[in-house]
Unconditional design. Structure first.
Length: 271
């Protein structure tokens, strides 16, 4: 990383616009994460009429505007690069390019409607939303889930052996070839392990929802726009949903009649 950003250079006056812009963007993302807490837990009345919270709100809104403007410029630049790349020249395989070219003649995976026509490509705002979701919710969460999977594989050698056997059966003697969609579909036990780890040790502890209409929960009446927090851990360990909920058992996901309970797996919940 230091080499990429020319941090090894002995010239202290080296041009560093890329580094400075990257650092500024990362810091803005961190500020945005803290700002989400303000908008989630501080009522609108306080944010609109109390100077301290109002100033904080304006600060985080301006910060989000910078993030959106910066991402929009990156997306437009990449679109321009794609449009000016000859059709016989392959495009880079990065995430941004893949999202921009989805459902276009240059896309890797294209989806068709019932009329056998390509679905429309994503707009810049939609591309920005997907990338921002990946930055905010798709890095630490997936990294932590991977760590938890490794932990449980180390703790349960019989599960690890069964997983390795499945991988060997699918890939045979060629374990360096690219993974295909068919491979992912056939790795049933690997999927079961990931789901069971996500169930017993969720990387996100809760999520929020607000009422679109008055509701009754727990014998209490709740007005419109009331926000509630739902505990993922409580759902994942509820005996009314799972047999032996505190037991790590990937095999529970291997039964066809288990399908109705799959709705109770709240892994990465969209806020």
């Amino acid at each position: 990383m230091a080499g990429y950003f020319n941090e090894n250079s002995e010239n202290e006056k080296a041009d560093r616009p890329l580094i400075d812009e990257a650092v500024k963007f990362v810091r803005a993302i961190r500020k945005h994460i803290f700002g989400l807490l303000l908008f989630e837990f501080v009522p609108p009345f306080l944010r609109h009429y109390f100077s301290y919270f109002k100033n904080k709100s304006n600060f985080y809104i301006q910060n989000l505007n910078y993030i959106n403007q910066r991402m929009d410029s990156i997306i437009k630049k990449r679109r321009h690069e794609i449009e000016n790349t000859p059709l016989d020249k392959p495009l880079p395989n990065d995430l941004l390019t893949s999202i921009i070219t989805a459902n276009t003649s240059r896309g890797i995976d294209n989806y068709k409607s019932d009329d056998d026509e390509l679905m429309r490509p994503l707009t810049d705002i939609e591309v920005r939303g997907i990338i921002l979701d990946g930055i905010l919710a798709g890095t630490d969460t997936t990294a932590n889930l991977d760590s938890f999977i490794i932990y449980y594989l180390g703790r349960y050698p019989d599960v690890r052996k069964k997983m390795i056997d499945e991988i060997g059966r699918i890939f045979q003697d060629n374990k360096t070839r690219p993974i295909t969609k068919s491979d992912v579909h056939n790795l049933k036990y690997c999927e079961a392990i990931a789901k069971e780890v996500a169930r017993i040790f969720p990387v996100v502890d809760s999520f929020s929802r607000s009422f679109e209409k008055p509701e009754e929960i727990g014998g209490y009446q709740w007005p419109v726009e009331t926000m509630v927090k739902i505990s993922i851990d409580a759902v994942h360990h509820g005996e009314e949903y799972w047999d032996e909920p505190n037991k790590f058992n990937p095999n529970r996901w291997m039964f066809e009649d288990f399908a109705p309970k799959k709705i109770h797996l709240l892994c990465f919940v969209q806020e």
